[in-house]
Design a protein around this ligand. Sequence first.
Ligand code: AMP
Ligand code: GLY
Length: 464
Amino acid sequence: MNRPPRGSSFRAKAPSFILHASSFNPQPPYQNCRMKVLIVGNGGREHALAWKIGQSSRVDRVFVAPGNAGTSVDAENVAVNSSDTDGLIKFSKQNSIDLVVIGPEAPLVAGLTDALQEEKFRVFGPSKASAQLEGSKVFCKEILRSADVPTADYQVFRDAASAERYIVDRYPTDDEDCPVVVKADGLAAGKGVVVCTRRQQALHAIDRIARQLEFGNSGNKLVIEERLDGQEVSLLAITDGRTIVTLSPAQDHKPALDGDKGPNTGGMGAYCPAPMVTAEMLSTIEADVLVPTVHALKRARKPFRGVLYAGLMITNQGPKVLEYNVRFGDPECQPILMRLKTDLMDLIESTIDQRLDEIEPLEWDPRPAICVVMASDGYPGKYDTGHVIRGIAEADARDDVKVFHAGTQLNESGEAVTAGGRVLGVTALGHSISAAKLNAYTAVRDIRWTGAWCRKDISDKALT
Ligand code: AMP
Ligand code: GLY
């Protein structure tokens, strides 16, 4: 088996993933146009994408639909929601959009890529069929099993009663550890996964997901899998279905509170690179996880083109896949793009045109980056919105700092106000992880609104 080369950028190849690097040349269609790019979404990830894509010499205008207060400064906002397929097509036609980048999972799983492609737009994002890798946990597990990719053992259930029977038979009392994870099959905005330690929790999760249908049709099927222990890492790769270009590994912080305590969130901060992923581990993940997955999707006639994000648990037996996402992670995207020196449009266009084998090795800023998410009081539970945010300009003016907006919008006076749970992703580079952390938290202190809070320990995991 060929091993991917080590170095500042990583690319995977298996025997059928032949890669002849080094001749990517922004010839037509790459060099000619001053393109108009539309980015779909309104989070921190989409602000980071707009900021990075706007730096490309081939890009003239960047639109974000619907965007946030930050994208209204770094790009142009379009008042169309990411679920409004007809509205997005209409805008793209009327404004001669050259290329569309889809940020979030919901429109990908709903088939926005296919709908835009039918209208002859160039789109960066997987098809509806291959986005099932994120849209259905059952599909994902079946692909993993067929590709022999290391993952937690699992069972699929089509009704609550059989899932309950399985739990009760295996764990007759509630006094012992019940090391299972109960997952709704479909999308549930990150809330359809319950990691259990007691039988009662598993039974309660089954009831909420499959009887009360708290997540609607997403609970029509259930996956119950073995609970894995270890550290989680996010390994994102770009693939055109034949070649895989692995990005620098990152680590998210999903629990709300310091020390990974408290309820789960969309992600309270991230850093990149993640030193626990050694070059050797990276090669193993590429060979044993990414390559067989891309092959299995091809065999299933659902070739994958876009961002393949492996959520991995680094267990004592090695890395195992917890989940796949089919788009950039949020907030991982922010520190990853802060470090990426390569023109992101090179990656995007060569993926769309299936010329990823021609791309030069990626260039990275050697310095680590960290992103600290500032959130609204109450998040991930109920929170207010509409608080005026002060100090963003001061924070942004600092060297090696970029404030990416997430849940923000402009009020009638043109001020940025809070409009979501995760409000800002304050992202900074530094010569070491500690220096990047200091830079990010120094910038965080410039910013204030009523109820603002953040975790204080983003990136500490990297130092332990
Ligand atoms: P998923 O949407 O499948 O990634 O699950 C969301 C989160 O639940 C993951 O990021 C993990 O923190 C946790 N999780 C999922 N599956 C497992 C598992 N098998 N063992 C332990 N934790 C898990
Ligand atoms: N950072 C986790 C996610 O994007 O799903």
